[in-house]
Structures are given as structure tokens and as C-alpha cells.
Design a protein around this ligand. Structure first.
Ligand SMILES: Nc1ncnc2c1ncn2[C@@H]1O[C@H](COP(=O)(O)OP(=O)(O)OP(=O)(O)O)[C@@H](O)[C@H]1O
Ligand SMILES: [Mg+2]
Length: 199
């Protein structure tokens, strides 16, 4: 079982979009997939349920439950190939706890939305987690791309400064992504992301 933690302390970066699209992508590849939603707003759970994707999705309140034990049990049960964890904004504990149980971390960063402003905070959590889990593979995913080239270059430069690998695959700013919540995912961009993070 592989665990994908989708984190960025900054709100609105595209965590929930990445979580649901990547889970759907994995399911389309024939994998047994689950979503764990740590966000009290439960947007991933709602999306998966409203769209009827047939992906088990559960909200977990990490203040009440032990994420590490929960994921260890999932690994022991062996019922899933890939588990995607969506995390809340502005919650360093949830971010760090997620990174501590993840094999792959995906950090969406939006172009032109000052998402890089808090990148240092997320980066520090990644480095903390890596001290204890050197195998953790983090990636930055540039979101809302292909719209404002100059700002995209600035965003990319800020991302590269962290030393965290930046995925070549990017998700463009598009109205259909903006309106995607609650719908069956489509489009190939997250397919490219999926292939790259698993290469
Ligand atoms: N590629 C995109 N193109 C256009 N709009 C997008 C794109 N990705 C995300 N959005 C929009 O940006 C907003 C934030 O996306 P999302 O909810 O996935 O971010 P988040 O990081 O989960 O936010 P939060 O921190 O509040 O949980 C949503 O309204 C979504 O529709
Ligand atoms: Mg979200």
C-alpha cells in the first residue's frame, strides 16, 4: 500500500482537487483506492460521495484519533493499493502527521495566488518528517498554470528554492477544474501527475 499525502499549509492551493483527481486516476488504473480526509470541512469526502465515484472516503479528526495507528492498520489489512490523504489549511499538526505516514507527498502550489508565501512553513514540515522518514518522497505540483507565464516563472523559481522536486506535469487554470467539485474528474493533467510521481 502506498500513501499519498496532499499537503500545503496555505489554503486554496488545490489540495482537495489533487486528492480527488489522483484517487480517481488510480482507480481508473484498476487500483483499490481510499481517501482519508483530515479537513473538518470534509470536501474530499463530499466530492467523492456526490460524484458517486465508488471510492471509500472517510473523514478522520486527528485530534480524536491516531492517524499513525489508523494508517498502520490499513497497511496491515492490505485492502488498498493507494490511500490519498487530504489535509486542512493552516494546520501544521495535520500537515506534519500526514507527512509522517506518507510515502509520497504532493504539495500543490497555485500560480498568482500567493501560495508561495507559506511554502517555507510547508517545507519545514517536510524536512522535519524526512528526518524521521528519509524515504518520504515530496513533490511540488504547480497548479493554475499556463495562464500567466511571468507569474508562473516566479512561482516556479520560489518552488525550486525549497529544494523539493517540482513536477514537470502541471495543472492549468481552467474553468472546468474550477467547477469540478462534486463531479467525475476528467482531463489528462492529473494522469500525467500520477505517472510522474510514481515513475
Ligand atoms: N487548476 C485549477 N483551475 C481553476 N480553478 C482551480 C484549479 N485548481 C483548483 N481550483 C479552484 O481553487 C479553489 C481551491 O481548490 P481546492 O479546494 O482544491 O484547494 P484546497 O487546497 O483543498 O483548499 P483548502 O485549503 O481550503 O482545503 C477551488 O475553488 C477550486 O475550484
Ligand atoms: Mg481542501
Amino acid at each position: 500500500m502506498r500513501v499519498y499525502g496532499i499537503t500545503n499549509v496555505k489554503g486554496g492551493a488545490g489540495k482537495t482537487h489533487a486528492t480527488v483527481h489522483l484517487a480517481y486516476e488510480a482507480q481508473q488504473q484498476g487500483q483499490r483506492v481510499a481517501v482519508l480526509d483530515l479537513d473538518p470541512t470534509r470536501q474530499s469526502v463530499n466530492w467523492v460521495e456526490v460524484a458517486g465515484l465508488g471510492i471509500p472516503a472517510l473523514h478522520l479528526d486527528i485530534k480524536q484519533s491516531d492517524l499513525e495507528a489508523y494508517v498502520a492498520q490499513l497497511r496491515a489489512d492490505g485492502d488498498f493499493d493507494s490511500v490519498f490523504i487530504d489535509t486542512p489549511a493552516n494546520d501544521r499538526d495535520a500537515t506534519l502527521e500526514t507527512l509522517m505516514v506518507s510515502d509520497i507527498a504532493i504539495i500543490p502550489v497555485g500560480v498568482g495566488t500567493s501560495d508561495t508565501g507559506m511554502l517555507g512553513t510547508t517545507e519545514r514540515q517536510v524536512r522535519r518528517a524526512q528526518q524521521l522518514r528519509p524515504d518520504l518522497k515530496p513533490f511540488i505540483l504547480i497548479n493554475r498554470a499556463k495562464f500567466a507565464p511571468a507569474r508562473e516563472r516566479e512561482t516556479e523559481a520560489e518552488c525550486l528554492k525549497t529544494g523539493i522536486p517540482v513536477l514537470r506535469a502541471r495543472v492549468p487554470l481552467r474553468g472546468d477544474y474550477q467547477a469540478a467539485a462534486g463531479k467525475t474528474p476528467h482531463g489528462y493533467h492529473y494522469g500525467e501527475v500520477w505517472r510522474e510521481v510514481n515513475a
